[in-house]
Design a protein around this ligand. Structure first.
Ligand code: PEP
Ligand code: MG
Length: 581
């Protein structure tokens, strides 16, 4: 008889980042080990055999990734992986590693890492943009080979539906995860408003972040319960805990089915006044959900997700193909393209590391300084606009000067395309995101020169309160109920209304049903959120009247107390989510 005792249940607590409950085997995703070991080897042939196995494994992974990208995005996007495969055949690199292992009798991981680093450094210095691009390909591929030599997991390789666990998840890791293999996400670091957490909510999987001790407590394949509502992770759950988790997951699925099976009535409140709910998307694949939840358009298309998925800087043709797919899949729904927002926690090879990236060379700042990045994107967006209704909005606008420069770039690209015979199907509306406090202060002037404004509350809260949105150490200070946030929002909405420019909200607050009512009460015109949140927000807003929403806003402003406001919002939503007698 097998007398091995079952491992003891271990409950770890973190911060709830995406709702729901999931059970599954753990897949440990590790990246970038700080130190590659160095040791002498006696059997050189065995070392070189390890190298060949790692190269074969890498070829297979890149081939699979290539096929997946070709299927999801088309052949031209997949072409980048052909270049990656060539790196593996590069005799300068692989031959040099073999020669050095033989000569110095050192372990292949160490030699490979040293040769690759020298190679990348030499290429990165070359004064030629095309060759410098190659440095990022080589960094990516050699990183994969090294992970294989060291036996580490990388994004996109779980192979079966799993709970993805990591110390940190970057947005490009998350973008690379195959949606059908992710049951839940758990990380040691991170916070509710990091881009990875936002992506988890778009994938509609539970997520818990800030789980200290997670990686040390887990082994690959361990059964794990992830409770995204309670912010809890249970390793080796007892039969009772498993039973509770499965019942909670089923109850939630039933509730969602009920919310989704809505009656198809137009989006209007109890008095028949319409409200507008739009979807936030990261690519064409998100549009099926947007259509299923009857979104009234796309209020935020995070165009940088394509860059993150490819982990590179796609050219105009690649972007145009993807954007056209988005416009086609939107099937007549207006799509708001947010221009590239790289920087902050969204890092790409070729983007210099910075001491303070959220305050650094991010989004519009980068685009205005790098026309070779900005203009191809604007051209690709306007080419897609020839096939359906499109708006363009600029992220991280800090004042009028930047808005004018961005508009001038757009106008110049539009004139260039018109000369080539490419014209938008309908006038392209231009907007500014309000997510920097200085922009909120001058919202009136910005609204005067825009067709619309859209408030990015995720960043606005972080910059207003000076709390890093991705740092779990200060997550409790990231409090959108702070009276400064409410007063700022009221000021932005009033400024836009004063100029007759509609103002929406596309930050995560719009996805919370209590907040959705408050935002409308404070004066927002439209709300854009991950499609998964639309049914619940719709359900609550349908059970409100203008007077209720405005009273809610007045009471929260009067509270001037974050805890009282949070409780008031919870109760407002809960009262409307309870089944009616
Ligand atoms: C925001 O900041 O609220 C926003 C919508 O943009 P992102 O989350 O992509 O920074
Ligand atoms: Mg933002």
């Amino acid at each position: 008889m097998d007398a091995t005792p079952s491992p003891k249940e271990l409950v770890l607590r973190g911060l709830s980042a995406a709702p729901g409950v999931a059970v599954g085997p753990a897949y440990l995703l590790q990246r970038g080990v700080a130190k590659v070991p160095k040791y002498a080897v006696a059997d050189v042939d065995a070392e070189l055999a390890r190298l060949r196995t790692a190269l074969d494994a890498t070829r297979a992974q890149i081939g699979a990734l290539r096929d997946e990208v070709a299927r999801r995005m088309g052949e031209s996007e997949a072409a980048i992986f052909e270049a990656h495969l060539l790196v593996l055949e590069d005799d300068l690199l692989v031959g040099e590693v073999e020669r050095r292992v033989r000569r110095r009798k050192l372990n292949v991981d160490h030699v490979f890492s040293a040769v690759a680093a020298r190679y990348i450094k030499a290429i990165a210095k070359i004064d030629d943009a095309f060759l410098r691009e190659r440095a990022s390909d080589i960094r990516d591929v050699t990183g994969r080979v090294l992970d294989n030599l060291l036996g580490l997991g990388r994004a996109g390789r779980a192979g079966e539906p799993s709970v993805i666990a990591a110390s940190e998840l970057t947005p490009s890791d998350t973008a690379a995860l195959p949606a059908d293999e992710v049951l839940a996400l758990v990380t040691e670091g991170g916070s509710r408003n990091s881009h990875s957490a936002i992506m988890a909510r778009a994938l509609e999987v539970p997520a818990v972040v800030g789980v200290h001790g997670l990686v040390a407590a887990l082994a690959a394949g361990d059964t794990v319960v992830v409770d995204g509502d309670a912010g809890e992770v249970i390793v080796h759950p007892s039969p009772a805990a498993l039973e509770r988790a499965r019942a909670a997951a089923e109850a939630r699925a039933a509730r969602r089915r009920a919310l989704l099976a809505d009656d198809g009535r137009p989006d209007a409140d109890e008095e028949g006044a319409p409200f507008v709910l739009q979807a936030n998307i990261g690519g064409a694949d998100d549009l099926a959900d947007a259509r299923a939840t009857r979104a009234a358009g796309v209020g935020l298309y995070r165009t940088e997700n394509l860059f993150l998925r490819l982990d590179g800087w796609p050219d105009e043709a690649t972007q145009a193909e993807e954007y056209l797919r988005v416009v086609r899949e939107a099937a007549g729904m207006p799509v708001t393209f947010r221009t590239l927002d790289i920087g902050g926690d969204k890092h790409l090879a070729g983007h210099e590391p910075e001491a303070n990236p959220f305050m650094g060379f991010r989004a519009l700042r980068l685009c205005l300084e790098r026309p070779e990045v900005f203009r191809p994107q604007l051209r690709a967006i306007l080419r897609a606009a020839a096939h359906g209704p499109v708006s363009v909005m600029f992220p991280m606008v800090s004042g009028l000067g930047e808005l004018r420069q961005a508009r001038a770039a757009l106008a110049s690209v539009a004139a260039e395309l018109a000369a080539e015979g490419v014209r938008p199907a309908s006038p392209v509306r231009v907007g500014a995101m309000i997510e920097i406090p200085s922009a909120s202060v001058v919202a009136d002037a910005l609204a005067a020169e825009c067709d619309f404004l859209s408030v990015g509350t995720n960043d606005l809260v972080q910059y207003l309160l000076a709390v890093d949105r991705g740092n779990d150490r200060v997550a409790s200070l990231y409090d959108p109920c702070h009276p400064a946030v409410l007063l700022t929002l009221r000021h932005i909405f009033a400024s836009a209304a004063n100029r007759g420019a509609p103002c929406g909200v596309c930050g995560e607050l719009a996805a919370d049903p209590g907040w959705a009512a408050l935002l409308l009460g404070l004066g927002a015109d439209t709300l854009s959120m991950t499609a998964a949140a639309i049914p619940e927000v719709r359900h609550v807003l349908r059970r409100t009247r203008r007077e209720d929403r405005e009273r809610l806003a007045a009471e929260c402003l009067r509270d001037a107390d974050p805890a009282a406001t949070a409780a008031r919002l919870r109760e407002f939503a809960a009262a409307r989510l309870r089944p009616r007698a």
